[in-house]
Ligand binder design. Structure first.
Ligand SMILES: C[S@@+](CC[C@H](N)C(=O)[O-])C[C@H]1O[C@@H](n2cnc3c(N)ncnc32)[C@H](O)[C@@H]1O
Length: 317
């Protein structure tokens, strides 16, 4: 056999390829090309899947609020921490929230004025603080969040100086709901707060004689002599039900002005010289009526002022 014939056997001519010969260089080349093309198209389709995958639409804050209201669930990104015996528990962020974002619903029973008044009569003071009275479509309504249902909105504390959220009403399936929206960017670890309104909330008063100092910066309010802190002989016990501390003598809760040194309302405790005057002051709910109002949600009305509203909203102590 000639040398060229041997070469031809080992390396079949490109001019004469056999399409069925698996060793034919053209066949191998074609196969490689096909594989490359296939791989390319798989890669391209993967790319398409990742880049062209329909983006999950970011819900608008109001729609997100409606979603969580309907599902009766709290949004992720918060935890509850015990702050101190004075303030009780608070809600803290565990992630970033942008200004305007929906945060939490103030969840509870939505009740009318009659039911609100009925419950007010039978509720202990410790429960009354969870009743959030507001006006909606000309009606006086209340969200009663007295029940410990594990929801977080009811545990958000007051800050009238520098709140990072604001209460607003949204309507879901014809029912009004109270929801908190961020009024500024919130970073992880921040306590969520809103302005309870312009009432004389007792914790806004600095009481130096109290063992658990309030953490407010506002100036000392003038207290009448009957409200001298040192007159309080109560020993605070922590309630497992809520932050509302109980009197060690009578196990009743302190009333609205406990931080001012007033006694708890429970008659069992009248073992010392507290006057009827002080007792009456405790029972008068008017200084503790919230006059802030959760306005109907609108995207451009996110601010922390708690002002510029026409209807009254109250948490009544
Ligand atoms: C709706 S509850 C909030 C949750 C409450 N901290 C708890 O642990 O149950 C309202 C009560 O929280 C307390 N509170 C709210 N804001 C406060 C503040 N800025 N300083 C001190 N206590 C506050 C008062 O006892 C008030 O009656």
């Amino acid at each position: 056999m000639s040398e060229s014939a041997i070469l031809k056997l080992s390396f079949p001519s490109l001019k004469d390829p056999s399409p069925f010969d698996p060793f034919c260089p053209m066949t191998l080349l074609t196969a490689r090309l096909l594989t490359a093309l296939q791989l390319g198209s798989v890669w391209r389709s993967r790319q398409m899947q990742t880049t062209m995958r329909p983006k999950r639409e970011k819900l608008k804050p109001k729609d997100e609020a409606a979603y969580f209201v309907s599902s009766s669930k709290d949004k992720d990104g918060f935890d509850v921490q015990y702050i101190n015996s004075f303030k009780g528990r608070g809600v803290f962020s565990t992630c970033h929230f942008q200004r305007g974002a929906f945060l939490l619903e103030y969840r509870g029973d939505v009740i009318n004025k009659q039911e609100y008044e009925r419950r007010l009569k039978i509720y202990h003071d410790a429960l009354k603080v969870f009743m959030f009275e507001f006006r909606h479509n000309g009606k006086q309504l209340c969200v009663d969040a007295a029940r410990e249902d594990g929801s977080l909105g009811r545990l958000v504390n007051d800050d009238h100086l520098n709140p990072n959220s604001r209460m607003k009403t949204i309507t879901v399936n014809g029912q009004p709901h109270l929801c908190l929206f961020a009024v500024k960017d919130i970073t992880p670890g921040e306590e969520i707060t809103y302005n309870y309104g312009n009432s004389e909330w007792p914790w806004r008063v600095k009481v130096s004689a109290h063992t658990d100092q309030p953490e407010t910066e506002e100036p000392m309010a003038s207290l009448s002599s009957s409200l001298e802190p040192q007159k309080c002989k109560h020993v605070v016990l922590h309630s497992s039900m809520s932050s509302i501390e109980k009197c060690a003598h009578c196990l009743g809760p302190y009333a609205a002005r406990k931080w001012s040194g007033l006694k708890c309302k429970d008659k069992l405790d009248l073992t010392d010289s507290d006057s009827e005057e002080s007792e009456a002051a405790i029972c008068d709910p008017s200084p503790c009526t919230k006059n802030q109002e959760p306005d109907e949600f609108s995207e451009d009305s996110i601010d922390g002022s708690g002002e510029g509203t026409s209807q009254g909203t109250s948490i009544i102590l």
